[in-house]
Ligand binder design. Structure first.
Ligand SMILES: *Cc1c(COP(=O)(O)O)cnc(C)c1O
Length: 412
């Protein structure tokens, strides 16, 4: 099989062909090199590989052909220097923090980031003399005010989880760089298909590949893509030393998942738009937050930064938490589960689940109200998804009137 130069191809071609591995047998897919170690031809070759004067694999924690294929592909999809695959998204966050923040450093993070990303800094980095401040980064003035002389990192998600606030990455990059700090963006919610933060000024992009990139709810994994070689050389040894490397089999599944990234997201976001518009019209619904709706406060900004609106919706019912619980317990096609970005629709309650570790006052301040329900729209038939939500909302009506919920709609 000949090598394909994928650099100038469109994104939809890159998800199929970037990073491809070419073996002696012409395998059409990336083989799984399920090995922990690699034999050297002789002692000199082993020494040369360790010294970095000869290329070639040594040991899977340090590198592996299957994992490298994914790393090359992610670097190309995000437009960075190189990819570093991890055992989980939190492995990516840990590696980035530990590699780039020294004792005495300060970071400013977005108040609504993925709960454990904030917890890791507030609870653990603080033990090693790294301070953090958490503000609404969708308000650039708040970000600017939180910067200190020793601020070395600004850490944000372009679309916040689960409030769907959008941060202007271009402005955040300017503020960070004026302070000699790095801008790190967790791009899990958007995926590189919809948004490439490095193009807007970010220095490091990271992902939980568990979500959209893999897309099939069967792998936990992460990846970091720095913009420059210098950052890559700081980050990669931290991953190998921490030992949060990806496994070859994991990498194979993620490569397979990425092949349909473009198709999956197109379908999921078309479904999400229909569902968000429908939810907005339901009398039981207090508010809907979807960046594709003109009612979203940063809808116009999302249009500038992203090529599509994705498939994450947050909404709150008039009955608050109790009504939200009724809906979560009543849906039958959507799965009541945390995580997101898979082919199947998932519904969850951030205040008691994904963001339960965040103190309530911090949560409320960040806009994660007790009644907020998060819906990750999958690629099922959208009419089925709406029928499923409709029968669940009907029960809210009954609950509100103190009646017993009727058995209607999709079978249990
Ligand atoms: C899930 C998630 C993470 C953590 O990833 P894991 O793969 O579960 O470790 C980080 N950031 C965001 C935005 C996420 O949704």
């Amino acid at each position: 099989m000949s090598h394909i130069d994928t650099k100038n191809l469109g994104f939809d071609s890159k998800v199929i062909h970037s990073g491809a591995h070419h073996d002696a047998y012409g395998s059409a897919t990336v083989p799984i090199y399920q090995t922990s170690t690699f034999a050297f031809d002789n002692a000199q070759q082993g020494a040369d590989r360790f010294a970095g004067t000869a290329s070639g694999f040594i040991y899977t924690r340090l590198g592996n052909p299957t994992i490298n294929a994914l790393e090359r592909q992610m670097a190309e999809l995000e437009g960075g220097f190189g990819g570093i695959a991890m055992s989980s998204g939190m492995g990516s966050v840990s590696t980035v923090y530990l590699a780039l923040l020294d004792q005495g450093a300060h970071m400013v993070g977005s108040a609504t980031v993925y709960g454990p990303s904030r917890l890791l800094a507030e609870k653990h980095l603080s033990r090693f003399g790294v301070e953090s401040t958490w503000v609404d980064t969708s308000n650039l003035d708040s970000l600017r005010k939180a910067m200190r002389p020793n601020t070395k990192m600004v850490y944000t998600e372009t679309v916040a989880n689960p409030t769907m606030d959008v941060t202007d990455i271009r402005g955040a990059a300017e503020i960070a760089h004026a302070n000699n700090a790095l801008l790190v963006v967790d791009n899990t919610f958007a995926s590189p298909y919809l948004h490439r933060p490095i193009e807007h000024g970010a220095d490091v992009v990271l992902h939980s590949v568990t979500k959209f990139l893999n897309g099939h709810a069967d792998v936990v994994g992460g990846v970091v893509v720095p913009k420059t070689e210098a950052l890559f050389r700081q980050l990669r040894p931290m991953m190998t030393t921490l030992g949060c490397n990806m496994d070859p089999h994991q990498a194979y599944l993620v490569i397979r998942g990425i092949k349909t990234l473009a198709l999956r997201i197109e379908r999921a976001q078309a479904n999400a738009m229909r569902i968000a518009q429908w939810l907005e019209q339901q009398p039981q619904v207090e508010w809907v937050r979807y960046i594709g709706l003109p009612s979203h406060p940063q809808h116009e900004l999302a249009k500038v930064l992203m090529s599509g609106f994705g498939s994450m919706i947050a909404f709150e019912l008039k009955g608050g938490l109790e009504a939200g619980r009724t809906v979560m317990d009543s849906v039958k096609l959507a799965t009541l589960a945390v995580s997101l970005g898979g082919v199947e629709s998932l519904i969850e309650h951030p205040a008691s689940m994904t963001h339960a570790g965040v103190p309530r006052d911090h949560r409320i301040e960040a806009g994660i109200t007790d009644g907020l329900v998060r819906y990750s729209v999958g690629i099922e038939d959208v009419d089925d998804l709406i029928a499923d939500l409709a029968q669940a909302l009907d029960r809210v009506g009954d609950w509100a009137r103190g009646k017993k919920a009727p058995k209607v709609g999709i079978a249990d």
